[in-house]
Design a protein around this ligand. Sequence first.
Ligand code: SF4
Ligand code: SF4
Length: 278
Amino acid sequence: MALLLYLTGPYKRLEELLPDMPDELEVASITYHTPAKILTNFLKFLKIFETIKHPELQDNKEKNLFSNSKGNKNNALADITVMTNSEEADPFDAATARVKHNVIDTELESINSFLCAPCKCTLCCTGPSKNAVQDFFEIPLSSEEATLFKLPVHDSDESKKTDAYAENSLKINGKPFYSLPPALYHWKNGWSMILTRESSCPALSSQGACTIYSSRPRVCRKPQVFAAILEHQQADTYTFKNSLVAVWDCPYVRELKQLITDYAAHNETDIIFRENKS
Ligand code: SF4
Ligand code: SF4
């Protein structure tokens, strides 16, 4: 709604919209108190539309950033490529999808602070149990986050040609990677920590607390509901999926199923409930 107001109103900069926001806003049965304050937290994601509406606002540095590989200066998503139906998405649709993904991702992060930590749930910090169907549990990491953990590292040409779920599993010294103790892997789609059966994250203390809580990876800051508006394929390529994925193992996902379904409906996304561990 804020985007619609900005694009159709007399505004050049997004901040100019804030004084025009009402004290209270009701949209689809949800009441937002002080919407201008809420919107301030998300303006950084919407900035991309300032240069779409007013291309003259781009400085030289931004012009380079906003040029895609095909030299289209209007593509405000030059740093990632968004695909829909095997074709590169329209720049405006790609920018809208990216904003939606970032906003939902940020909202879910703040929701998490009300759930896992106060209840000391550590299901996400431990590998599958002895008799579980799954062999391992994967925690995706950025390259910086991977340095937080003191674990064996597998970063080879072989690992970078495959991923954790490939049909022909990566073998280390002739053994499938998931039969080894927990380790860090550099896959073709990025880094991850693999927690194998009956193992736990090295940052989890014997009292069940995260010892790196303030610097824990981004994925640990979310409940088991993930924004999947854009789904990472490889390198800088994403596909438009327009979904939320909720992992059924999480006790909060089961308890809050209806709320999560309503949240997806309000955001006009599909909702996928799936098992992760068993
Ligand atoms: S970093 Fe902390 S929150 Fe994340 S899996 Fe390890 S112990 Fe759990
Ligand atoms: S299972 Fe749910 S409540 Fe438990 S740590 Fe994971 S996200 Fe938090």
